[in-house]
Design a protein around this ligand. Structure first.
Ligand SMILES: Nc1ncnc2c1ncn2[C@@H]1O[C@H](COP(=O)(O)OP(=O)(O)O)[C@@H](O)[C@H]1O
Ligand SMILES: [Mg+2]
Length: 444
């Protein structure tokens, strides 16, 4: 069931132009809001959509067919497009709740039994059984609204239009009505509301039409329509409250990542986990720049075995210190492998580089350096190899130390001692043909 208007125009008898060239296609099965300040034309448009008013020019179309304003044509339209007025007293007129809800179905020609069945269902559904014999004008605002919605739903329309459905309701009553609207939408009904409450329209709607001065200003997803600040301001509305909260948090580095949170849980997800520290920094470093603070391991990490700690400078103090926000990044555990060049084997060596994902090669001793060079191996380090390998490994690199003869066991011993003394956990092992041999010797 698709409801459309084409170049719709309407003026009241006193000459007030209330609808000016409005063309819309209501998206089927969606929650749709018409947003605009008082007097922008929302109520008039709704009365045109269900045929209560007749356009001066332009058309209203239901399922592609132009509305026929004869009595039977209007009955047809109103069976499919139900309207709930802003003021329930304009809607409810029967002596009892029961009769009010039954009025529509009775008018559609249902038998008394059928009407009884429909009304019974509505009374159950909306929790109105206990007050079914009361006169509607004795009810609370929320109860009246539920009776009015039940009365419209009793005709089983595909599209339900509600003019300012939450106005004059207390917060709990308003939530109850919203729950009903969401439920009806889940059941497949297209729900159209009008409101000047931007927070409501923003969080509730799938699709928003923005009206100002009787004209359509914009339409689209609620995020798209409300994120255009100037347009919202020019329409005498405000940005949704949650946008402003997000923006202020973001300005202060407290939130990031989603400029259009829909609700409080989504807003909370944007909050940064604040990890601030005061450190001494180089005088050239400016606010916003990054400083590397080194690597944490073991008990000091939060997520991995190793974490690189980078930081962003938030404030600079006069005394040479700065407040920085820590950013931890998990590093893969580093590794040190030791290869005996006395037993160099090209094929095996290439396999080791590949299999162990080596990214740093160091060579120790003249013999292993020469062997490496004559075999075209790219050695990136040939002095202080053990220390550099350890330093690289603790920041996540995978190092291969090429060594030979007596240096093999010296290397193994040094690295092992370092690991034991520091408590750092590294992958550490001899590799290649002589690996088992080296291991045995070490265990002596
Ligand atoms: N019965 C009426 N007679 C004359 N002008 C009206 C009547 N009802 C509304 N208007 C005017 O039509 C314009 C649109 O009003 P309305 O559709 O009620 O807007 P909204 O529902 O957005 O507040 C306003 O300028 C309003 O003053
Ligand atoms: Mg209105």
């Amino acid at each position: 069931m698709i409801l459309e208007t084409k170049n719709l125009e309407f003026s009241y008898p006193d000459g007030t132009k209330a609808i000016d060239d409005i063309s819309i296609t209501i998206p089927e099965g969606k929650k749709v809001s018409f947003v605009g300040k008082n007097g922008s034309g929302k109520s008039t448009l709704f009365l045109l959509l269900n045929g209560t008013l007749k356009p001066k020019s332009g058309k209203v179309l239901l399922d592609g067919k132009e509305v026929n304003y004869s009595a039977s044509g209007l009955r047809e339209l109103r069976k499919k497009v139900g309207i709930v007025f802003q003021n329930s007293d304009d809607q409810l007129f029967a002596p009892t709740v029961y009769q009010d809800i039954g009025f529509g179905p009775l008018n559609l020609g249902y038998s008394k039994e059928e009407v009884g069945e429909i009304v019974g269902k509505m009374l159950d559904h909306f929790g109105l059984q206990a007050i079914k014999d009361k006169p509607p004008h004795h009810l609370s605002g929320g109860q009246k609204k539920r009776v009015a919605i039940a009365g419209v739903l009793a005709m089983d329309p595909d599209i339900i239009i509600l003019d300012e459905p939450l106005s004059n309701l207390d917060p709990v009553g308003a939530d109850e009505i919203l729950d009903i609207l969401n439920e009806l939408n889940d059941l497949g009904k297209t729900i159209i509301i009008s409101t000047h409450d931007v927070d409501l329209a923003y969080k509730w709607s799938d699709y928003v039409y923005l009206l100002a001065d009787s004209k359509l200003v914009d339409e689209g997803s609620s995020g798209a329509v409300f994120s255009k600040e100037e347009q919202v301001r020019n329409s005498s509305l405000k940005s949704p409250f949650i946008f402003d909260v997000y923006k202020e948090l973001e300005k202060r580095w407290l939130a990031t990542g989603n400029e259009q949170p829909k609700d409080i849980p989504e807003l909370v997800q944007t909050l940064r986990s604040i990890d601030l520290m005061r450190v001494e920094v180089n005088p050239e470093i400016k606010v916003g720049e990054c400083v590397n603070l080194g690597v944490l391991f073991g008990d000091f990490t939060q997520e991995g075995l190793y974490e690189a700690v980078n930081s962003r400078v938030l404030f600079r103090n006069d005394d040479g210190t700065a407040v920085v926000e820590l950013k931890r990044r998990v590093l893969k555990p580093g590794a040190i492998y030791v290869y005996d060049m006395d037993n160099f084997d090209r094929e095996e060596f290439d396999k080791i580089i590949e299999e162990y994902d080596i990214d740093f090669i160091g060579a120790m001793g003249k013999k292993s350096k020469d062997t490496a060079e004559s075999n075209g191996i790219n050695v990136v380090c040939n002095s202080g190899v053990i220390d550099k390998s350890i330093l690289n490994a603790i920041t996540g690199s995978r190092c291969l130390i090429l060594t030979s003869e007596g240096m093999v066991s010296h290397t193994m011993k040094r690295v092992r001692e370092y690991i034991q003394n520091s408590g750092i956990r590294l992958i550490f092992s001899p590799v290649g043909k002589s690996a088992a041999e080296i291991g045995e010797e070490q265990n002596k």
